[in-house]
Write a protein that binds this ligand. Structure first.
Ligand code: FAD
Ligand code: NAD
Length: 476
C-alpha cells in the first residue's frame, strides 16, 4: 500500500521547503520531493534561489563589488593596494562553496523538522496520489491529505536566440562562467540583466544591455529609475532602450545580435557571449495529470485563489508557479501561510507590502506604491526625498549616490510607498516594510529615534521632508 502523508510538498525551493518545515512544526506528517539536478548530475534542495539564483548571484555581486572598490575607490581612503589581479577561479569556488553550504542546510533543516526529504520528480495524480520517479528511475507512490505544488519557474527563451549554453546563455550559465568575456551582450534590462551585467562589467567585460521597452525599470518609481540609469551609464553599462532584438548568428569565436534601434534602424552588435534575461515562466511540465482538477491560467501559471487554493480540493500552489511577483520571500510567505491553513491556523499574505530589491551599486529597493501608480489612481499624496549626499554615514562610507523617498497620503498621513536607491537600500527597506505592515504614518517615522550616524537616518529625514520639516537637508 502507498505510504500516506498529511502533506506532500512538490518542490524544495524557497516556497516549498518553508511550507514543509512549517507543516512539520504544526505536527503534520510531511514529505518534500524535489527534482533539482546540478550540472554535474548531483541532486540538491533549495530550488532556483539557492542553486542558481538569489544566493550565487549575491555571492558574485559581493566579490565583484569588492574588486571594483579596491580598483577605483581604495585610493580615496589612502589605501594603495598595489597591482590588483583577478583570480576568477577562487571567486567562483567561493560562490560554489556558499551554494553547497546553503543547499546542504535546507536538507538538514527539513530533517531537523521531521519532514521526509525525497530526491525525485513528482507528479500529482487524481485523488491526491503522488507518483515519484527517483533519479535512478525507480517509481513509488504516496497518498496525501494535502498536496502543495511549488514547482517554481524557468528562464524564458527567445525564439530568435535559443539557449545553447555556450554562446547564448541563461542566467545560470552566466553565474558559472570560468572566464571573463571581453564583450558581453545582455538582453533585458530587468533585475537579472542589471545584476549579472554589473557583475561581469566590474570584472572587466564590456557590457551592452539591449532592452525592448522605451522606459527603464518600468515597475520601479521613475524618479528612482532615472537616478539608477544615470549611475549605471556612468559606470559604463551601455544600456540601449527601445532595442527590438531580431536575431543572432553564432560563429566560431563569438555571436552577433541583430536588433532594431529606437529609430527603427537595423543594428548589430557582436560579443563573446549573450545572456538572455527577458523574464521567467512558470514550470509545470509533467507536474499534474489532466484529471486532477488543477488548471493553468492563460499565461501558464497554476490557477489559485487569494489563499493559494487550486481548483482541486486539498491541492495548493505557491511561489513562482502562481501569480504575483517572482520573489523568494513572496513564495516563502505563501508556503508558511498554506502550511498554517492546512493545520487550521489563521494565515494571511499581504500582497500590498512586498519589498523589492535590486542588488546593484547603488542598490535599489522599494515597497508599496510608486509615484506613477498614485498619480494614475488620483491619490492625493505628499513626497519627501533625502539625498545620501547629505548623510554623514554615507559620506564616511564614500557612498553618497542616491536618495530615500517617502510617499504618504495627504488625507491620512499613512505611508503609501518607500523608494530607496543608495548604500544598503535592501537592508534599509526592511524598516519601511515593517512601518507599512503596521500601517504607520509619516509622523510615526518622523517621531522614531534613529541612531546617528546611520544610513537609516535618510529614511527618517525623507519622512520629515514629506512635511517640509527635514533638518539635515533644508532645501527639500
Ligand atoms: P524554485 O526556486 O524554482 O524551486 C522549485 C523547485 O521545484 C526546483 O528545485 C525544481 O527542481 C522543483 N521541481 C519542479 N517540478 C518538480 C517536480 N515535478 N517534482 C519535483 N520537484 C520539482 N528572488 C529574490 O527574492 N531575491 C533575489 O535576490 C533573487 N535573485 C535571483 C537571481 C537569479 C539569477 C534568478 C534566476 C532568480 C532570482 N530570484 C530572486 C528569484 C527567485 O529565485 C525565485 O523567485 C524563487 O526561487 C522561487 O521560488 P520557488 O520555490 O517558487 O521556485
Ligand atoms: P524581469 O522581468 O525583471 O526583466 C526582463 C526585462 O527584459 C524587462 O525589462 C523586459 O522589458 C525585457 N524584455 C523582455 N523581452 C525582451 C526582448 N525580446 N528584448 C529585449 N528586452 C526584453 O526578468 P528577469 O530579469 O529575467 O528576472 C526574472 C525574475 O526573477 C523576475 O521576476 C525577478 O523578480 C526575479 N529576480 C529577482 C531578483 C531580485 O529580487 N533581486 C534578482 C533576479 C531575478
Amino acid at each position: 500500500m502507498a505510504e500516506s502523508f498529511d502533506v506532500v510538498v512538490i518542490g524544495a525551493g524557497p516556497a516549498g521547503y518553508p511550507a514543509a518545515i512549517r507543516a512539520a512544526q504544526n505536527g503534520l506528517k510531511v514529505a518534500c520531493v524535489d527534482a533539482w539536478k546540478n550540472r554535474d548530475g548531483s541532486a540538491a534542495f533549495g530550488g532556483t534561489c539557492l542553486n542558481a539564483g538569489c544566493i550565487p548571484s549575491k555571492a558574485l555581486l559581493e566579490s565583484s563589488e569588492l574588486y571594483e572598490r579596491a580598483r577605483s575607490e581604495f585610493a580615496v581612503h589612502g589605501i594603495q593596494p598595489g597591482a590588483l589581479s583577478l583570480d576568477l577561479a577562487t571567486m567562483q569556488k567561493r560562490r560554489a562553496g556558499i551554494v553547497r553550504t546553503m543547499t546542504g542546510g535546507v536538507s538538514s533543516l527539513l530533517k531537523a523538522a521531521g519532514a521526509t526529504a525525497i530526491h525525485g520528480s513528482a507528479r500529482l495524480l487524481a485523488g491526491r496520489r503522488v507518483e515519484v520517479t527517483a533519479p535512478d528511475g525507480a517509481r513509488s507512490e504516496f497518498s496525501a491529505r494535502h498536496v502543495v505544488l511549488a514547482s517554481g519557474s524557468i528562464p524564458t527563451e527567445l525564439k530568435a536566440l535559443p539557449f545553447d549554453h555556450r554562446r547564448i546563455l541563461d542566467s545560470w550559465d552566466a553565474l558559472e562562467l570560468t572566464a571573463v568575456p571581453k564583450q558581453l551582450i545582455v538582453i533585458g534590462a530587468g533585475v537579472i540583466g542589471l545584476e549579472l551585467g554589473s557583475v561581469w562589467r566590474r570584472l572587466g567585460a564590456s557590457v551592452i544591455v539591449l532592452e525592448a521597452l522605451p522606459n527603464f525599470l518600468t515597475l520601479a518609481d521613475q524618479q528612482l529609475a532615472a537616478e539608477a540609469l544615470k549611475h549605471f551609464k556612468k559606470q559604463g553599462l551601455d544600456i540601449r532602450l527601445s532595442a527590438q532584438v531580431t536575431g543572432a548568428t553564432v560563429g566560431t569565436d563569438g555571436v552577433s545580435v541583430a536588433y532594431q534601434d529606437n529609430q527603427g534602424a537595423a543594428q548589430s552588435v557582436s560579443a563573446d557571449q549573450v545572456v538572455v534575461a527577458v523574464g521567467r515562466r512558470p514550470y509545470t511540465q509533467n507536474l499534474f495529470a489532466a484529471d486532477t482538477g488543477v488548471a493553468l491560467d492563460a499565461r501558464g501559471f497554476i490557477q489559485v485563489d487569494e489563499q493559494c487554493r487550486t481548483g482541486a480540493a486539498g491541492v495548493w500552489a505557491i511561489g513562482d508557479c502562481v501569480r504575483g511577483p517572482m520573489l523568494a520571500h513572496k513564495g516563502k510567505e505563501e508556503g508558511i501561510a498554506v502550511a498554517d491553513q492546512i493545520a487550521g491556523r489563521y494565515a494571511h499574505v499581504n500582497y500590498e507590502v512586498i519589498p523589492n530589491v535590486i542588488y546593484t551599486a547603488p542598490e535599489i529597493a522599494w515597497v508599496g506604491k510608486t509615484e506613477e501608480q498614485l498619480k494614475a489612481e488620483a491619490t492625493d499624496y505628499k513626497s519627501g526625498v533625502f539625498p545620501f549626499a547629505a548623510s554623514g554615514r554615507a559620506r564616511a562610507m564614500q557612498a553618497t549616490a542616491g536618495f530615500a523617498k517617502v510617499l504618504a497620503s495627504r488625507a491620512s498621513d499613512s505611508i503609501l510607498g518607500v523608494h530607496i536607491i543608495g548604500p544598503l537600500a535592501g537592508e534599509l527597506i526592511a524598516e519601511a516594510t515593517l512601518a507599512m505592515e503596521f500601517q504607520a504614518s509619516a509622523e510615526d517615522l518622523q517621531r522614531t529615534i534613529h541612531a546617528h550616524p546611520t544610513l537609516a537616518e535618510a529614511l527618517h529625514e525623507a519622512a520629515l521632508a514629506a512635511d517640509k520639516r527635514a533638518i539635515d537637508n533644508i532645501n527639500r
